[in-house]
Design a protein around this ligand. Structure first.
Ligand SMILES: Cc1ncc(COP(=O)(O)O)c(C=O)c1O
Length: 371
């Protein structure tokens, strides 16, 4: 065991150090928004949109109030609604499915693979019906799903592809940054994300000008020209303070993602314990490790042991989407998505954030290896 015993509690995520380091810059950015009274939409949102589109190598980015709205609006921009079905992985955060349900369409849940824990392309086709309109692929935990396999299914059946990149800002699939593989990609800038606003925020990237224009209108009361409302719209604009905070953080995102990769590499190389299974990393992708998820047969025992050693892992996620109470009416039962169900019962998320020190990483590895 590492002799430099870590006294302080090591959580799954801690935002304090990061925000202390950039506090001065952040407060200067807030002051500018304040002086301009540009609190809703406006120049600070436009600046972030331009920079984030550049970061994702897409033509457009549209800032909205959170990632759930991004998914909702993406569905609406595709004309998805009542009577339609949209394929969604069973192993994801529930908001992926909310975006579909809000439109009146039905999410159809597909199991994940046994080793990457991402949507299983081999299980998609059996779920496609004449009502299927789109597939939402989720770059879950920051690791890209098998984009080409899903793209080819979309092509074969004439379906739209939407990326849920809420957890994957800067991740790459075959050296291409996520965000431009489908019609649209949806991002969350919730505070805990790899780039998170000081507040709630989200965004959509696209290379299609028509979608960009439509999304601009939908997020702002269905209006292109003020007080003229062409369709039922929403108030889902991004705030100026949130946008300014994101512009500050975007400058550091690649550095923070590299540090996450460094920590992940150490976990992958140095955790040696037969009771712990790591996520498989295909060589065609480069994860940004929003989460570092592992599985263990007796999860509760492992959590207790980690807690006794001052380590507090997270659970992402304890119930797969198809078995959530909110979707009881869809009639799924245990056994419908066995891999996602196994994962929900056995997963836990190790500490993962850029500010973890090498001593803390050493300590987490040592504690796990002694389990
Ligand atoms: C995979 C995924 N999709 C969608 C969302 C929704 O984003 P938000 O919390 O910003 O609404 C999240 C955020 O937690 C997420 O992790």
């Amino acid at each position: 065991m590492n002799t430099k015993i870590v006294q302080k509690r090591i959580p799954c995520l801690d935002l304090k150090d990061q925000h202390q380091k950039i506090k001065k810059e952040m407060f200067e950015a807030f002051e500018k928004v304040y002086e301009n009274t540009a609190f809703s939409g406006g120049p600070f949102v436009e600046e972030f949109e331009k920079n984030f589109a550049h970061f994702c190598k897409t033509k457009y980015a549209i800032g909205v109030n959170n990632g759930t709205s991004a998914l909702h609006l993406a569905m609406l921009a595709l004309g998805i609604g009542k009577g339609d079905e949209v394929i969604v992985p069973a192993n994801t955060f529930i908001a992926t499915a909310w975006g579909v349900s809000y439109t009146g369409a039905m999410p159809v849940f597909v199991d994940c693979t046994p080793n990457t824990w991402q949507i299983d392309p081999l299980k998609i086709e059996e779920k496609i019906t004449s009502n299927t309109r789109a597939i939402v692929g989720v770059h879950l935990y920051g690791q890209p799903f098998d984009v080409e396999a899903v793209q080819s299914i979309c092509k074969k059946y004439g379906l739209f592809l939407i990326e849920d990149a809420a957890q994957a800002q800067g991740a790459q699939y075959k050296q291409q940054t996520v965000g431009g593989f489908g019609e649209m990609a949806c991002f969350s800038f919730y505070p805990g994300k790899n780039i998170g606003a000081c507040g709630e925020a989200g965004g959509i990237t696209t290379n299609n000008e028509n979608y960009q224009k439509h999304l601009n209108s939908l997020r702002s009361h269905g209006s292109v020209s003020r007080y003229y409302h062409d369709e039922l719209g929403f108030n889902m604009r991004m705030g100026g303070l949130e946008a300014a905070s994101l512009s500050v953080k975007l400058k550091y995102l690649s550095i923070w993602n590299s540090r996450r990769r460094e920590i992940a590499l150490r976990y992958q190389k140095e955790i040696r314990n037969e009771q712990i299974t790591l996520q498989f990393q295909p060589d065609w992708m480069d994860s940004v490790y929003h989460l570092f998820v592992i599985t263990s047969k007796n999860r509760e025992r492992l959590i207790k042991y980690l807690n006794e050693n001052n380590i507090y892992p997270g659970l992402h996620y304890p119930i797969p989407c198809h078995l959530q109470k909110a979707y009881e009416h869809l009639g799924y039962k245990e056994g419908d998505c066995p891999q996602a169900e196994y994962l929900a019962m056995h997963c836990l998320s190790l500490p993962m954030f850029a500010e973890l020190s090498d001593v803390e990483v050493d300590y987490v590895i040592d504690v796990l290896n002694e389990y």
